[in-house]
Ligand binder design. Structure first.
Ligand code: PMP
Length: 382
C-alpha cells in the first residue's frame, strides 16, 4: 500500500493515539471540580502548551475547536462581529474583506456568507499569479487605496499546490494600513515555520493527530466575539465540552511536528521519475517555493478520476484536483485562479508525502502510474 495523501489527512501517529487512548480511559469532564475532571483539565492544558509551542505563541492564545473548518469559521465571524461590537469602545467596524482566490472552501464559504450578512462590508478577491502565489501588489493597492478597516485572509500554504504564500508581506501591509490578518496555517504546520497573525488556524489531523480537532490562535486584544456561545468553555471563546482525547492527541502530534520540517527528497525523486515516464507532465507551482511534501501534477489526456481509480486498484492513494459531488465534476478553484485551462485541470492529481512515507511508496506509485500511462497511450495509438 502507498498512502500519498497526507494533505487530505495524515495517518495517526502512535504517540498521538496513545495520548488519546489515555484520555479516553480517564474520562472526566474538564469543567468538573472532582479528581477526574481535574485530570481531564490537566491533559487539555498540557496540550495547549504543546500547540502553543508549535505556533510560537503563549498557551493563553490557543482556543481548541472541532477542526480547522470551525476555527476558520470562528475567526472570520468572530473578527467581523467583534469589530462591530467594539464601536462604543472606540473601535472600528470591518468594512473590507480581502480574501485570496485560493483559500480553502471553509474560508471562501464563510467570507461570502459574511459579505451577505453584514451590510456595507465589501468582499475583495486577491488574485494569484499563474504559479499560484497571491498577488501582493493587488493587495497593496487595495489596502492603500480603499477606506475603512480591513481584514485580510491569506493561507500560509495552499492545500492543493503546496505553494507557500507571501504571508510576511501581507503582515507588513496589514501593519502599515491597520488591517487585521487571518492565516489558515493548516498545511504549513510541521512543514515550514509558522507565521504570526492576528488569527491563525490549525488542524490536528494534518500533522498526525486525530480528526475532528483543531485550534484558533487569537493574538491578545484582537476583536473577537465568538458565535459559539454556551457553557463558557475555552474562556467563553468556544463553548462546548472539550474533546479531551482529540485535544490530547493533537498536543502529542504538535510536540513532534514542532521538531520537524518537510524533507523534499521523496517528492523530488517522485517528480524526476514522473518526468521520465511522462515527459509532457505539467507540475503546478514547481517554479515557486512550495511545501516540500506536495506534488500537484497533470498527465495530459488522462482524466484524474480514471487515474485515481486505476491507482486505487494498485493500492496507491492520491487525490485529484477536482471534487465529484452528485455526479458532477467540479474543477479546482485553485487551478482556475491560476489560469489553468479546464482540460488540463481535469487531469490534476496530488501526491502528498508525510511522516511515514517511504521510498517504497514512491516506487509503488510510479509503477502504477507507468502502467496506467502505457495502457492509456496504447489505447490511444490503437
Ligand atoms: N484549511 C485547509 C488549508 C485545509 O487543507 C483543510 C483540510 N482539508 C481545512 C482548512 C479544514 O480542516 P478540518 O479538516 O480540520 O476541518
Amino acid at each position: 500500500m502507498a498512502y500519498l495523501d497526507h494533505n487530505a489527512t495524515a495517518p495517526l501517529r502512535d504517540t498521538s493515539r496513545l495520548a488519546a487512548e489515555r484520555a479516553f480511559a480517564l474520562g472526566g469532564n474538564a469543567s468538573s471540580v472532582h479528581a477526574a475532571g481535574r485530570a481531564a483539565r490537566a491533559l487539555i492544558e498540557d496540550a495547549r502548551g504543546q500547540v502553543a509551542a508549535l505556533a510560537g505563541v503563549t498557551p493563553a492564545e490557543v482556543v481548541f475547536t472541532s477542526g480547522a473548518t470551525e476555527a476558520n469559521m470562528l475567526a472570520l465571524w468572530g473578527a467581523v462581529q467583534g469589530a462591530a461590537d467594539s464601536l462604543e469602545k472606540g473601535g472600528a467596524r470591518i468594512t473590507r474583506l480581502f480574501v485570496s482566490a485560493i483559500e480553502h472552501p471553509s474560508v471562501l464559504a464563510n467570507t461570502a456568507a459574511i459579505a451577505d450578512r453584514f451590510a456595507g462590508l465589501r468582499l475583495e478577491t486577491i488574485p494569484v499569479t499563474s504559479s499560484g502565489v497571491a498577488d501582493m501588489e493587488a493587495l497593496k493597492t487595495g489596502l492603500r487605496e480603499g477606506k475603512g478597516r480591513a481584514l485580510v485572509a491569506l493561507m500560509a500554504a495552499n492545500n492543493e499546490t503546496g505553494v507557500i504564500q507571501p504571508v510576511a508581506e501581507a503582515a507588513a501591509l496589514a501593519a502599515e494600513t491597520g488591517a487585521l490578518l487571518m492565516v489558515d496555517a493548516v498545511q504549513a504546520a510541521g512543514r515550514i515555520p509558522l507565521p504570526r497573525a492576528d488569527y491563525l488556524t490549525l488542524s490536528a489531523h494534518k500533522i498526525g493527530g486525530p480528526q475532528g480537532c483543531g485550534a484558533l490562535i487569537l493574538k491578545p486584544g484582537v476583536p473577537f466575539a465568538s458565535p459559539m456561545a454556551g457553557g463558557g468553555q475555552e474562556r467563553g471563546l468556544r463553548a462546548g465540552t472539550e474533546n479531551v482525547p482529540g485535544i490530547a492527541g493533537f498536543g502529542a502530534a504538535a510536540a513532534i511536528a514542532a521538531t520537524e520540517t518537510a524533507d523534499p527528497a521523496l517528492r523530488d525523486r517522485f517528480e524526476a521519475l514522473l518526468r521520465e515516464i511522462a515527459p509532457d507532465v505539467a507540475v503546478f507551482g514547481a517554479e515557486t517555493p512550495r511545501l516540500a511534501n506536495t506534488s500537484y501534477f497533470a498527465l495530459p489526456g488522462i482524466a484524474a478520476e480514471t487515474a485515481l481509480m486505476a491507482l486505487d486498484i494498485d493500492a496507491v492513494m492520491l487525490s485529484s484536483g477536482s471534487a465529484c459531488s452528485s455526479g458532477k465534476v467540479k474543477r479546482s478553484h485553485v487551478l482556475a485562479a491560476m489560469g489553468v485551462n479546464d482540460d488540463v485541470a481535469a487531469c490534476a492529481l496530488r501526491a502528498s508525502f508525510g511522516w511515514n512515507s517511504t521510498q517504497a511508496d514512491v516506487e509503488a506509485a510510479l509503477k502504477s502510474i507507468t502502467n496506467l500511462v502505457a495502457r492509456v497511450r496504447s489505447r490511444a495509438a490503437a
